[in-house]
Design a binder for this molecule. Structure first.
Ligand code: ATP
Length: 440
């Protein structure tokens, strides 16, 4: 069976069964649009975030990191246009009273009760979660949970320029939570009310925005490859003027073939100088870059590549979920790139009732764990079953210690994707050993 037949049921049940993702507040019946990442899910998430940070911040000279507060002065959201413009059209089905996002209705039919054409007039619903800061609840204490991480970058533009004085062009990157009171959260973690974003604001001169936009488009394709998303499952959508966010002059959505249909995974937007100009006007602070060659100070324009963390996790699981047959038995496995695998190696003694084998296996486990961290011990049931359990969560290699190990200090290393086994000397279980295996 190939991955394009992967269903949401396959992914959701794997996530729950093996501890990747649970429903938020599950023991109380849940809270719509919230999800909790379990032991394997948080490892996968961190691996994705770390790879992203390495790729887009550490490996470049023109990018700087940031971690700004989720709560911000309400003036930020007034200046950015979110307080008045971050709306979705809400309609109510007059038959079953379900509230729906108007642009999500297909064929004028209520997805809940099936009635056709029975909707109220749309009203604009602001998606920001409102809260109150401090003990007194009044107009001036109003704040919002940020609906995007981007504004924290714009409001710190001056701080970064003044403290780092980077060459131009340059970018600021941030990973963090964002909150949107989605009218109908759905499709597992695809549309949540609390989610995470990895965002970049890349500051450019207006006259070169198109070339910079193209460069960033190419960066997305390198990233898709690094996280194991086949190019054939990704599609570009040039978003029409009426559908673009209020700040954007050009947007490309990167859509992915999710099991529920082709939907937005990431976005690339040209935000012009909209945000910095508005913050300059509202705050009265100069938000300019002063060229190092003595040129005129100017307010930069911005290219924004934005990556949803949760949608990345879902896309990666969908793309990497595979089923095949081994020795006449059906197996499912996650063909995750090594960098994303939540567990890198499983170490086991062939059997657990031979103390000398267990002792030796414990030694190998300690050695490998010290080096790679994300290493698991498994001595339950038989070797075949252990391999299946490891395959299901995407462990690239399993190491088994047997009686020969006691004689010659070699172990069996078994590959997830090919199921091939080779014998490797313990002393050669170093960083290169993955390469040795794939050469077999
Ligand atoms: P959609 O049209 O699906 O509502 P959007 O165009 O509003 O998404 P953006 O404002 O471009 O999304 O947000 C940037 C990124 O954040 C998206 O590409 C997506 O990966 C992620 N994202 C947005 N909304 C959600 C959500 N409700 N749950 C999970 N991820 C989200």
């Amino acid at each position: 069976m190939s991955f394009d037949m992967t269903t949401m049921e396959d992914i959701v049940s794997l996530c729950k069964r093996r501890g990747f993702i649970f429903q938020g507040s599950e023991i109380y019946g849940g809270l719509a649009g919230t999800w909790d990442y379990g032991p394997l899910g948080v490892a996968l998430k961190r691996n994705i975030q770390n790879l992203w940070w390495k790729t887009f911040v550490e490996d470049r000279e023109d990018m700087f990191g940031l971690d700004s507060a989720i709560l911000m002065n309400q003036k930020v959201w007034q200046a950015s246009g979110h307080a008045t413009g971050f709306n979705d059209p809400l309609v109510e089905c007059s038959e079953c009273k379900t509230r729906l996002r108007q642009d999500h209705i297909r064929d004028n039919k209520c997805p809940n009760c099936g009635k056709v054409g029975k909707f109220s007039e749309p009203r604009q619903f602001n998606m920001m979660f409102k809260t109150s800061v401090g003990p007194v609840e009044d107009e001036s204490s109003t704040s919002y949970l940020r609906p995007e991480t981007a504004q924290g970058i714009f409001t710190n533009f001056k701080n970064v320029v003044d403290s780092i004085y980077p060459d131009f062009p340059f970018g600021i990157a941030q990973i963090g939570k964002a909150f949107r009171n989605e009218i109908s959260p759905r499709d597992f973690v695809f549309r949540g009310r609390e989610f995470e974003q990895m965002e970049i604001e890349y500051f450019v001169e207006e006259k070169v925005w198109e070339a910079e936009f193209e460069k960033w488009k190419a960066e997305f394709y390198k990233w898709f490859e690094a996280i194991g998303l086949p190019k054939s499952m990704v599609h570009e959508l040039d978003v029409g003027e009426g559908d673009r966010a209020h700040y954007s002059k050009k947007t490309i959505d990167f859509e992915f073939d999710f099991p529920f249909g082709k939907s937005e995974l990431y976005g690339l937007a040209y935000r012009t100088d909209f945000d910095l100009k508005n913050h300059e006007k509202s705050s009265g602070k100069k938000l300019t870059y002063v060229p190092k060659d003595g040129g005129q100070p100017f307010v930069p324009h911005v290219i924004e590549p934005t990556f949803g963390v949760d949608r990345t996790i879902l896309a990666v699981l969908v793309a990497c979920y595979k089923e095949d047959e081994v020795n006449g038995e059906k197996r499912s496995y996650l063909a995750l790139p090594d960098a994303l695998a939540p567990v890198k190696y499983v170490v086991s003694p062939l059997v657990k009732n031979k103390p000398e084998l267990v002792k030796k296996a414990r030694e190998v486990f300690a050695l490998v764990k010290k080096k790679y961290g994300a290493v698991m011990w498994d001595d339950n049931s038989n070797v075949g079953k252990r391999y299946r359990r490891a395959d299901e969560i995407g462990v690239p290699k399993c190491i088994t210690i047997d009686f020969d190990t006691l004689e010659d200090d070699t172990v069996t290393v078994r590959d997830r994707d090919t199921t091939k086994q080779v014998r490797v000397k313990i002393s050669e279980l170093d960083e290169n050993f993955a390469k040795n295996i794939s050469a077999v």
